[in-house]
Design a protein around this ligand. Structure first.
Ligand SMILES: [Zn+2]
Ligand SMILES: [Zn+2]
Length: 421
C-alpha cells in the first residue's frame, strides 16, 4: 500500500491523500485552500478522475470537501461519505460558489453530478472496492464527520481527517477502537497548544451572557454556521438561560440538516429543545424587531467576514451595554482578528472604536495537544506516523514528540511525498 500526499502538508487546507492498494486507488478528501484576500484559492495536486476507484469525504468542511466537484466535470466515480456529510457538503460548496463566483474550476452542474454519484454509508460499515476495504469511524469533530480505516493485503492505514477526541455537547467522542495499524496520517492543528477544558469555556460564556443581560444589553455571538452556532445555543439553554436566543443566517439551514440526522447527535433532545426555543430570523425586517429586548444573537460569520455579521456589528458595536463574544477561530487578516487586536471595526470604509465589551472564548472543534497525545497513547501496533493539517511548526514538533514519547517513526511529509508500507 502506498499513499501520496496531495495537500495539507505543513498547512491547514486543501486536504487530499491518494491511497494505492495494489492498483485500487482511493482518494481521501479533496479540499480547498482559501487564499488571503484577493489571491485565488488553492487545491490539492491534480488527479485524473478516471484513475480513481472511489472518493471518500471525511467531513463537510470545505478544506476537505470543497474540490470534490472538480472530479465530476466528466467523471462518474463513486463518492462515499455519511448522509450528514453529503447534505452539509452540498450546502457549503454551493455557498462557496455563490460567494466566490467563477473562481473555481467547476460550478453547480458538477456539484449535482457529485451528488448523483453519492454513496451514503454509516460508521463502521465495511465497503470493498477491488483490493481495498475501507470503513468510516466517528471523529467527534463535526456532525457526520469521520475518520477512515483502509485495509489491503494485510496492511491497515488510519487517516484522521479532523478529530475532536472528546466530542462536544453536540457530538459523541471519537471512536478510538481501531485495532493495530501500520500507517497513521494524523491532523496536527493544535498539536502545540492546550485549550481550556470545555466546561470552563462554557461557564465563562454563560457568565458573560448573564452580565450583559443584567445590564439590559444584547450579546452578539458571531459563529460558524455548522455546529458552533448550534452548540452555543445548547450551552446557553442547558444552563437555563432565560432570555431570547436569536439565530440567523446559514445556521438555520444547518439546523434543518441536523434535525434530519438525529442519530448522529450525542443528545437529539437537548439539540431539539435548544433550537425550537430559539427565534429564527428569515427576513431582514425581522432583525431589528427581534432585538427589542435583552437577548443573544447567534449569527455567522464566525470571523466576521461578510454575512449578517456586518449588520449586527453596525447595530451593536457602539453601545457599552452590549457584548460581543468571539467563539470561533479568528484567522489572520480577518475582521474578527482585527477587533480582538485593536478593538476596532471597519464600517463603510472607516475604522471605528467598538464600545461594546469584547471577549474571546475557546470552543475549538479540534483535539488540542492533550487530546492528540491521549489519542496517540491508544494507538496499537508500530505504525509509521505522518503529521499533516497544521502549520509547519505544529506538524514538525508533533512528529518529533510522537517519536520521542512512543518510539514510532514519525515525520511531517511534504506535498507530493509518497509513503509506502
Ligand atoms: Zn474540519
Ligand atoms: Zn480541516
Amino acid at each position: 500500500m502506498d499513499v501520496k500526499v496531495l495537500g495539507a502538508a505543513n498547512e491547514v487546507g486543501r486536504s487530499g491523500f491518494l491511497v494505492n492498494c495494489n492498483g485500487t486507488k482511493l482518494l481521501l478528501d479533496y479540499g480547498v485552500m482559501f487564499g488571503r484576500r484577493g489571491t485565488p484559492p488553492g487545491y490539492p495536486l491534480h488527479v485524473k478522475p478516471k484513475d480513481i476507484d472511489a472518493i471518500i469525504i471525511t467531513h463537510a468542511h470545505l478544506d476537505h470537501s470543497g474540490n470534490v466537484p472538480s472530479l465530476f466535470v466528466s467523471g462518474n466515480t463513486d463518492v462515499y461519505a455519511t448522509p450528514p456529510t453529503f447534505d452539509l457538503s452540498k450546502l457549503l460548496i454551493e455557498d462557496m460558489l455563490k460567494i466566490e463566483k467563477n473562481s473555481h474550476p467547476f460550478d453547480l452542474p458538477e456539484v449535482n453530478n457529485m451528488m448523483k454519484n453519492a454513496k451514503e454509508i454509516g460508521f463502521r460499515q465495511k465497503i470493498t472496492k477491488g483490493n481495498a476495504t475501507f470503513e468510516l469511524r466517528e471523529s467527534g469533530h463535526v456532525i457526520g464527520g469521520s475518520t477512515v480505516l483502509v485495509e489491503s493485503e494485510g496492511k491497515r492505514m488510519f487517516y484522521t481527517g479532523d478529530i475532536k477526541t472528546n466530542g462536544s455537547r453536540m457530538l459523541r467522542e471519537m471512536d478510538l477502537d481501531i485495532g493495530e495499524i501500520d500507517l497513521l496520517i494524523t491532523e496536527s492543528t493544535y498539536a502545540k497548544t492546550e485549550q481550556k477544558p470545555r466546561q470552563e469555556s462554557e461557564k465563562e460564556l454563560i457568565d458573560f451572557a448573564n452580565v450583559v443581560m443584567d445590564r439590559k444589553g444584547i450579546l452578539f455571538i458571531p459563529s460558524f454556521s455548522v455546529e458552533r452556532s448550534q452548540e452555543i445555543a445548547c450551552v446557553l439553554r442547558s444552563a437555563n438561560f432565560k432570555h431570547k436566543i436569536i439565530m440567523d443566517g446559514m445556521a438555520l439551514k444547518v439546523n434543518e440538516i441536523m434535525f434530519r440526522h438525529p442519530e448522529y447527535l450525542r443528545d437529539p433532545k437537548v439539540f431539539s429543545e435548544a433550537i425550537k426555543s430559539s427565534t429564527a430570523i428569515r427576513e431582514h425586517s425581522e432583525r431589528k424587531r427581534a432585538m427589542g429586548e435583552p437577548c443573544v444573537v447567534i449569527s455567522p460569520a464566525g470571523m466576521l467576514v461578510g454575512g449578517n455579521a456586518v449588520y449586527y456589528l453596525q447595530q451593536l458595536s457602539f453601545n457599552a451595554k452590549n457584548g460581543i463574544a468571539l467563539v470561533s477561530y479568528q484567522g489572520e487578516g480577518t475582521p474578527g482578528k482585527k477587533l480582538l487586536d485593536t478593538g476596532k471595526v471597519s464600517t463603510r470604509g472607516k475604522d471605528l472604536n467598538v464600545t461594546a465589551e469584547v471577549k474571546q472564548f475557546q470552543f475549538s472543534g479540534h483535539a488540542d495537544k492533550k487530546e492528540l497525545f491521549n489519542f496517540m497513547s491508544k494507538i496499537k501496533g508500530n505504525p509509521k506516523v505522518c503529521t499533516v493539517h497544521g502549520d509547519s511548526e505544529s506538524c514538525e514538533m508533533f512528529a518529533q514528540e510522537i517519536h520521542e514519547k512512543f518510539g514510532f517513526e514519525a515525520y511531517a511529509p511534504a506535498v507530493d511525498d509518497t509513503i509506502t508500507i
